[in-house]
Design a protein around this ligand. Sequence first.
Ligand SMILES: [Zn+2]
Ligand SMILES: [Zn+2]
Length: 322
Amino acid sequence: MTAESATADDMAPQFTALDGMSHTIPYRHLVGMRYSYVLLSHVIPLVGALTAIALIPWMPPTVLDIAMALALWALTIGVGISVGYHRLFSHRAFRTPTAIAVVITILGSMAAQGPLIIWVSLHRRHHQFSDAPGDPHSPWLSGPGLSGWLRGFWHAHFGWLLTHDMPDPLFYAPDLLKDKTLNRTSRLFLVWYLLGLGLPALIGGVVFQSWAAALTGFLWAGCLRVAVGLQLTWSINSICHLFGRHTHDTGDHSMNLAWLAIPSFGESWHNNHHQSPAAAAFGRRWWQVDLGYLFILTLKRLGMAQEIKPPRSSTAREDAST
Ligand SMILES: [Zn+2]
Ligand SMILES: [Zn+2]
Protein backbone atom coordinates (compact mmCIF):
# COMPACT_ATOMS: atom_id res chain seq x y z
CA MET A 1 0.00 0.00 0.00
CA THR A 2 1.36 3.42 -0.91
CA ALA A 3 1.03 6.66 1.00
CA GLU A 4 -1.50 7.86 -1.52
CA SER A 5 -3.76 4.86 -1.13
CA ALA A 6 -3.61 4.56 2.67
CA THR A 7 -6.95 5.30 4.24
CA ALA A 8 -8.19 5.62 7.79
CA ASP A 9 -10.06 2.35 7.33
CA ASP A 10 -6.79 0.49 6.77
CA MET A 11 -5.23 1.56 10.03
CA ALA A 12 -6.46 2.18 13.53
CA PRO A 13 -9.36 4.64 13.64
CA GLN A 14 -7.19 7.51 14.82
CA PHE A 15 -4.65 7.19 12.02
CA THR A 16 -4.70 9.87 9.35
CA ALA A 17 -2.83 10.16 6.09
CA LEU A 18 0.42 12.07 5.66
CA ASP A 19 0.33 15.77 6.36
CA GLY A 20 3.72 16.55 4.86
CA MET A 21 5.79 15.89 7.99
CA SER A 22 8.04 12.87 8.43
CA HIS A 23 6.69 11.91 11.87
CA THR A 24 9.90 10.14 12.76
CA ILE A 25 12.71 10.54 15.25
CA PRO A 26 16.07 10.22 13.38
CA TYR A 27 17.83 7.01 14.32
CA ARG A 28 21.06 8.81 15.20
CA HIS A 29 19.30 10.06 18.34
CA LEU A 30 18.46 6.49 19.33
CA VAL A 31 21.67 4.58 18.66
CA GLY A 32 22.20 3.56 22.29
CA MET A 33 18.63 2.34 22.66
CA ARG A 34 18.76 0.44 19.36
CA TYR A 35 21.98 -1.39 20.20
CA SER A 36 20.77 -2.15 23.74
CA TYR A 37 17.60 -3.70 22.33
CA VAL A 38 19.48 -5.81 19.77
CA LEU A 39 21.99 -6.99 22.38
CA LEU A 40 19.23 -7.93 24.80
CA SER A 41 16.68 -9.49 22.51
CA HIS A 42 18.83 -10.83 19.66
CA VAL A 43 22.42 -11.44 20.74
CA ILE A 44 21.72 -13.00 24.15
CA PRO A 45 19.04 -15.45 22.87
CA LEU A 46 21.25 -16.32 19.88
CA VAL A 47 24.21 -17.11 22.13
CA GLY A 48 21.85 -19.18 24.32
CA ALA A 49 20.51 -21.03 21.28
CA LEU A 50 23.99 -21.88 20.01
CA THR A 51 24.95 -23.01 23.52
CA ALA A 52 21.87 -25.25 23.63
CA ILE A 53 22.94 -26.96 20.40
CA ALA A 54 26.59 -27.24 21.46
CA LEU A 55 25.59 -28.89 24.75
CA ILE A 56 23.38 -31.57 23.16
CA PRO A 57 25.92 -34.43 23.67
CA TRP A 58 26.12 -33.74 27.40
CA MET A 59 22.82 -32.04 28.18
CA PRO A 60 20.12 -32.91 25.62
CA PRO A 61 16.73 -31.20 25.84
CA THR A 62 14.01 -32.99 27.79
CA VAL A 63 10.58 -33.76 26.35
CA LEU A 64 9.31 -31.01 28.64
CA ASP A 65 11.78 -28.52 27.09
CA ILE A 66 10.50 -29.31 23.58
CA ALA A 67 6.85 -29.14 24.71
CA MET A 68 7.45 -25.80 26.43
CA ALA A 69 9.26 -24.41 23.37
CA LEU A 70 6.36 -25.36 21.07
CA ALA A 71 3.72 -24.09 23.51
CA LEU A 72 5.55 -20.79 23.99
CA TRP A 73 5.99 -20.51 20.22
CA ALA A 74 2.22 -20.77 19.75
CA LEU A 75 1.49 -18.40 22.64
CA THR A 76 4.08 -15.72 21.81
CA ILE A 77 4.48 -15.79 18.00
CA GLY A 78 0.91 -16.97 17.28
CA VAL A 79 -1.27 -15.34 19.91
CA GLY A 80 1.04 -12.54 21.07
CA ILE A 81 2.47 -11.25 17.79
CA SER A 82 0.15 -12.36 14.98
CA VAL A 83 -3.20 -12.11 16.76
CA GLY A 84 -2.24 -9.40 19.24
CA TYR A 85 0.50 -6.98 18.18
CA HIS A 86 -0.46 -7.28 14.51
CA ARG A 87 -4.18 -7.89 13.97
CA LEU A 88 -5.70 -6.59 17.21
CA PHE A 89 -3.51 -3.58 17.98
CA SER A 90 -1.87 -2.47 14.71
CA HIS A 91 -5.00 -2.87 12.57
CA ARG A 92 -7.88 -3.03 15.08
CA ALA A 93 -9.20 -6.07 13.20
CA PHE A 94 -11.41 -7.07 16.14
CA ARG A 95 -12.25 -6.04 19.67
CA THR A 96 -11.61 -7.92 22.88
CA PRO A 97 -12.00 -7.17 26.61
CA THR A 98 -9.15 -5.26 28.26
CA ALA A 99 -8.05 -8.23 30.38
CA ILE A 100 -7.57 -10.36 27.26
CA ALA A 101 -5.78 -7.48 25.52
CA VAL A 102 -3.35 -7.20 28.44
CA VAL A 103 -2.61 -10.94 28.44
CA ILE A 104 -2.05 -10.84 24.67
CA THR A 105 0.31 -7.86 25.07
CA ILE A 106 2.34 -9.75 27.67
CA LEU A 107 2.54 -12.80 25.38
CA GLY A 108 3.67 -10.60 22.48
CA SER A 109 6.34 -8.99 24.66
CA MET A 110 7.66 -12.47 25.52
CA ALA A 111 8.52 -12.87 21.80
CA ALA A 112 11.22 -10.18 22.31
CA GLN A 113 10.15 -7.98 19.39
CA GLY A 114 10.01 -4.77 21.42
CA PRO A 115 7.33 -2.88 23.33
CA LEU A 116 3.81 -3.02 21.87
CA ILE A 117 3.55 0.71 21.09
CA ILE A 118 6.90 0.80 19.25
CA TRP A 119 6.01 -2.33 17.23
CA VAL A 120 2.62 -0.91 16.26
CA SER A 121 4.10 2.45 15.25
CA LEU A 122 6.67 0.75 13.02
CA HIS A 123 4.10 -1.53 11.47
CA ARG A 124 1.57 1.21 10.70
CA ARG A 125 4.35 3.16 8.97
CA HIS A 126 5.28 0.02 7.00
CA HIS A 127 1.74 -0.12 5.60
CA GLN A 128 1.68 3.61 4.98
CA PHE A 129 4.74 3.52 2.71
CA SER A 130 5.02 -0.17 1.82
CA ASP A 131 8.15 -0.59 -0.36
CA ALA A 132 8.37 3.18 -0.98
CA PRO A 133 10.78 5.63 0.71
CA GLY A 134 9.69 5.90 4.34
CA ASP A 135 9.05 2.17 4.78
CA PRO A 136 11.25 1.15 7.75
CA HIS A 137 12.11 -2.30 6.38
CA SER A 138 11.56 -2.59 2.64
CA PRO A 139 14.05 -4.83 0.74
CA TRP A 140 13.55 -2.75 -2.41
CA LEU A 141 15.26 0.53 -1.51
CA SER A 142 18.94 -0.43 -1.37
CA GLY A 143 20.03 0.14 -4.94
CA PRO A 144 20.04 -1.71 -8.30
CA GLY A 145 21.49 -5.05 -9.27
CA LEU A 146 22.47 -8.09 -7.26
CA SER A 147 24.38 -6.09 -4.65
CA GLY A 148 21.33 -3.86 -4.11
CA TRP A 149 19.14 -6.94 -3.81
CA LEU A 150 21.47 -8.52 -1.26
CA ARG A 151 21.78 -5.30 0.73
CA GLY A 152 18.00 -4.93 0.59
CA PHE A 153 17.45 -8.43 1.91
CA TRP A 154 19.86 -7.82 4.79
CA HIS A 155 18.23 -4.47 5.57
CA ALA A 156 14.69 -5.88 5.52
CA HIS A 157 15.60 -8.90 7.61
CA PHE A 158 17.85 -7.40 10.27
CA GLY A 159 19.75 -4.24 9.32
CA TRP A 160 16.71 -2.01 9.67
CA LEU A 161 16.65 -2.70 13.41
CA LEU A 162 19.82 -0.64 13.79
CA THR A 163 19.27 2.03 11.15
CA HIS A 164 15.60 2.87 10.79
CA ASP A 165 14.20 6.20 11.91
CA MET A 166 11.75 5.73 14.76
CA PRO A 167 8.12 6.46 13.86
CA ASP A 168 6.68 8.91 16.36
CA PRO A 169 4.15 7.02 18.53
CA LEU A 170 2.30 10.29 19.14
CA PHE A 171 1.39 10.25 15.46
CA TYR A 172 1.25 6.52 14.75
CA ALA A 173 -0.21 5.06 17.93
CA PRO A 174 -2.18 7.75 19.78
CA ASP A 175 -4.96 5.23 20.45
CA LEU A 176 -2.58 3.01 22.42
CA LEU A 177 -0.85 5.90 24.18
CA LYS A 178 -4.23 7.07 25.44
CA ASP A 179 -5.05 3.64 26.87
CA LYS A 180 -3.42 3.80 30.31
CA THR A 181 -3.57 0.04 30.94
CA LEU A 182 -2.04 -0.95 27.61
CA ASN A 183 0.48 1.89 27.76
CA ARG A 184 1.68 0.68 31.17
CA THR A 185 1.79 -2.95 29.98
CA SER A 186 3.80 -1.90 26.92
CA ARG A 187 6.31 0.02 29.07
CA LEU A 188 6.93 -3.11 31.15
CA PHE A 189 8.33 -4.88 28.07
CA LEU A 190 11.62 -5.77 29.79
CA VAL A 191 9.78 -7.55 32.63
CA TRP A 192 7.70 -9.65 30.21
CA TYR A 193 10.73 -10.39 28.05
CA LEU A 194 12.66 -11.72 31.07
CA LEU A 195 9.57 -13.70 32.08
CA GLY A 196 9.65 -15.40 28.66
CA LEU A 197 13.22 -16.55 29.30
CA GLY A 198 12.85 -17.33 32.99
CA LEU A 199 9.50 -19.13 33.09
CA PRO A 200 10.64 -22.28 31.22
CA ALA A 201 13.73 -22.40 33.43
CA LEU A 202 11.56 -22.23 36.54
CA ILE A 203 9.13 -24.89 35.29
CA GLY A 204 11.94 -27.25 34.19
CA GLY A 205 13.81 -26.81 37.47
CA VAL A 206 10.73 -27.36 39.63
CA VAL A 207 9.41 -30.36 37.67
CA PHE A 208 12.75 -32.23 37.66
CA GLN A 209 14.13 -30.71 40.88
CA SER A 210 17.36 -30.08 39.02
CA TRP A 211 19.56 -27.10 38.08
CA ALA A 212 20.46 -28.84 34.81
CA ALA A 213 16.78 -29.06 33.86
CA ALA A 214 16.39 -25.37 34.70
CA LEU A 215 19.32 -24.60 32.38
CA THR A 216 18.00 -26.65 29.45
CA GLY A 217 14.55 -25.11 29.93
CA PHE A 218 16.13 -21.65 29.73
CA LEU A 219 18.30 -22.52 26.71
CA TRP A 220 15.70 -24.40 24.64
CA ALA A 221 12.27 -22.99 25.52
CA GLY A 222 13.69 -19.57 26.37
CA CYS A 223 16.67 -18.63 24.20
CA LEU A 224 16.32 -20.92 21.18
CA ARG A 225 12.57 -20.35 20.95
CA VAL A 226 13.09 -16.55 21.01
CA ALA A 227 15.98 -16.66 18.51
CA VAL A 228 14.06 -18.74 15.95
CA GLY A 229 10.85 -16.75 16.51
CA LEU A 230 12.62 -13.51 15.68
CA GLN A 231 13.92 -14.99 12.41
CA LEU A 232 10.38 -16.10 11.55
CA THR A 233 8.80 -12.70 12.07
CA TRP A 234 11.61 -10.81 10.32
CA SER A 235 11.15 -13.23 7.40
CA ILE A 236 7.70 -11.72 6.86
CA ASN A 237 9.44 -8.35 6.33
CA SER A 238 12.17 -9.73 4.07
CA ILE A 239 11.17 -13.00 2.35
CA CYS A 240 7.46 -12.11 2.04
CA HIS A 241 8.36 -8.91 0.18
CA LEU A 242 10.69 -10.81 -2.19
CA PHE A 243 9.43 -14.36 -2.86
CA GLY A 244 6.00 -15.90 -3.43
CA ARG A 245 2.82 -15.08 -5.30
CA HIS A 246 1.68 -11.50 -5.82
CA THR A 247 -2.00 -12.27 -6.22
CA HIS A 248 -3.47 -8.83 -5.54
CA ASP A 249 -2.45 -5.53 -7.15
CA THR A 250 -1.40 -3.78 -3.97
CA GLY A 251 1.14 -1.36 -5.44
CA ASP A 252 3.98 -2.95 -3.48
CA HIS A 253 5.99 -6.21 -3.50
CA SER A 254 4.08 -8.09 -0.78
CA MET A 255 3.77 -11.82 -1.47
CA ASN A 256 1.80 -14.88 -0.38
CA LEU A 257 4.16 -17.66 0.69
CA ALA A 258 2.54 -21.01 1.55
CA TRP A 259 5.44 -22.81 3.25
CA LEU A 260 5.66 -20.19 5.99
CA ALA A 261 1.92 -20.19 6.71
CA ILE A 262 1.79 -22.70 9.57
CA PRO A 263 4.80 -21.58 11.64
CA SER A 264 3.82 -17.92 11.13
CA PHE A 265 0.18 -18.54 12.11
CA GLY A 266 -1.04 -17.16 8.77
CA GLU A 267 1.25 -14.11 8.58
CA SER A 268 2.84 -15.29 5.32
CA TRP A 269 -0.39 -14.67 3.36
CA HIS A 270 1.20 -11.27 3.29
CA ASN A 271 -0.10 -10.08 -0.08
CA ASN A 272 -3.64 -10.88 1.08
CA HIS A 273 -2.92 -8.84 4.19
CA HIS A 274 -1.62 -5.83 2.26
CA GLN A 275 -4.70 -5.96 0.04
CA SER A 276 -6.96 -5.63 3.08
CA PRO A 277 -4.91 -4.64 6.15
CA ALA A 278 -7.85 -4.19 8.51
CA ALA A 279 -9.24 -7.70 7.90
CA ALA A 280 -8.86 -10.20 10.76
CA ALA A 281 -8.35 -13.13 8.35
CA PHE A 282 -5.15 -13.35 6.28
CA GLY A 283 -6.04 -16.62 4.53
CA ARG A 284 -8.70 -16.20 1.84
CA ARG A 285 -9.11 -19.74 0.51
CA TRP A 286 -9.86 -22.95 2.37
CA TRP A 287 -6.32 -24.18 1.75
CA GLN A 288 -4.69 -20.97 2.99
CA VAL A 289 -4.14 -22.13 6.57
CA ASP A 290 -4.46 -19.23 9.00
CA LEU A 291 -4.06 -20.41 12.58
CA GLY A 292 -4.17 -16.85 13.91
CA TYR A 293 -7.64 -16.34 12.46
CA LEU A 294 -8.77 -19.68 13.87
CA PHE A 295 -7.72 -18.41 17.28
CA ILE A 296 -9.76 -15.22 16.79
CA LEU A 297 -12.80 -17.32 15.81
CA THR A 298 -12.27 -19.38 18.98
CA LEU A 299 -12.21 -16.19 21.04
CA LYS A 300 -15.47 -15.19 19.33
CA ARG A 301 -17.09 -18.51 20.27
CA LEU A 302 -16.06 -17.88 23.86
CA GLY A 303 -17.61 -14.40 23.72
CA MET A 304 -14.21 -12.70 23.89
CA ALA A 305 -13.94 -11.23 20.37
CA GLN A 306 -16.36 -8.85 18.67
CA GLU A 307 -16.51 -6.67 15.56
CA ILE A 308 -14.29 -9.01 13.54
CA LYS A 309 -13.56 -7.11 10.33
CA PRO A 310 -13.97 -8.91 6.98
CA PRO A 311 -11.62 -8.45 4.01
CA ARG A 312 -12.37 -5.98 1.26
CA SER A 313 -13.94 -7.50 -1.83
CA SER A 314 -11.53 -9.49 -3.98
CA THR A 315 -9.75 -7.99 -6.95
CA ALA A 316 -10.31 -9.36 -10.45
CA ARG A 317 -6.72 -10.58 -10.57
CA GLU A 318 -7.22 -12.69 -7.43
CA ASP A 319 -10.39 -14.23 -8.80
CA ALA A 320 -8.71 -15.05 -12.07
CA SER A 321 -5.85 -16.86 -10.38
CA THR A 322 -7.87 -19.28 -8.26
ZN1 LIG B 1 4.51 -5.98 4.38
ZN1 LIG C 1 -0.11 -5.37 8.93
